[in-house]
Design a protein around this ligand. Structure first.
Ligand SMILES: CC(C)(COP(=O)(O)OP(=O)(O)OC[C@H]1O[C@@H](n2cnc3c(N)ncnc32)[C@H](O)[C@@H]1OP(=O)(O)O)[C@@H](O)C(=O)NCCC(=O)NCCS
Length: 208
């Protein structure tokens, strides 16, 4: 089983490690910084996006390891359009309920939990130790950072980024492409395209 990972980042290293632990025999990286970038930790970088598109059929699965949600979505669409078989990587120490669903191109990292009747979309990152409680709906290309907690029945729009150690009250809805700052405690619905921080979380107004 050969896996190609697009995105030779720190996040990519964690995806590669999780993939090896769940049975992928070999991992090759591709990144647009190639040929300057030749390695990502212990793994070789074998080419850029174009090279990967040429070699897609050499791999049993492909996944995008890019933290930026919009870029990850665009790259996954490009790979799918060229016939790539999107992998889903679930670390062996993660707990994913048999009554939950996890979409194509998503990663569930070590010690994360996805509980009963949760729906995790395509290209989602459920990072180390994050919790997606029962009945949550996580939109495509969202990211729940390490130790982020979505309580039961939370709805995350597509492209939402929940920062490290943030927590979200049950049944809250967070609009598309919004950002929840690290450590925030979200107690009310969040509109699309805003940043919220603090406890209780409020919309963050950048100074400029
Ligand atoms: C909220 C966030 C997106 C803002 O980023 P930014 O626009 O670059 O903001 P800055 O770092 O310039 O900080 C601007 C101000 O907001 C404050 N601030 C930033 N993040 C904050 C947070 N999470 N909670 C409370 N205040 C925060 C800063 O202290 C600073 O305050 P000051 O102007 O009084 O000094 C970012 O800080 C954040 O929380 N990102 C999530 C990081 C994360 O969890 N990564 C995990 C990767 S796996």
């Amino acid at each position: 089983m050969r896996l190609a990972i697009l995105g030779a980042s720190g996040h990519g290293k964690v995806v590669a490690d999780a993939a090896e632990q769940c049975g992928w025999r070999s991992v090759a990286f591709f990144d647009d910084a190639w040929p300057c970038l030749q390695a990502n930790g212990p793994w070789a970088v074998e080419g850029n996006t174009e090279a990967l598109l040429d070699r897609l059929m050499d791999f049993d699965g492909v996944i995008v390891a890019i933290g930026n949600n919009s870029t990850r979505a665009a790259k996954q669409a490009e790979l799918l359009a060229s016939g790539g078989k999107m992998a889903t990587i679930i670390h062996r120490s993660a707990m994913v309920s048999v009554h939950a669903t996890v979409g194509a191109g998503s990663v569930i990292f070590a010690n994360a939990a996805v509980n009963a009747c949760a729906t995790v979309g395509d290209g989602v990152i459920v990072n180390t130790g994050a919790v997606v409680e029962h009945d949550c709906v996580v939109g495509d290309f969202a990211h729940i950072s390490p130790n982020g907690v979505l309580s039961g029945g939370v709805a995350l729009g597509s492209l939402v980024w929940v920062g490290s150690c943030a927590s979200v009250k049950p049944l809250i809805a967070i609009g598309e492409a919004s950002v929840v700052g690290m450590g925030a405690v979200v107690t009310k619905d969040v509109p699309p395209d805003v940043i919220v921080v603090g406890n209780p979380a409020k919309v963050f107004e950048p100074r400029n």
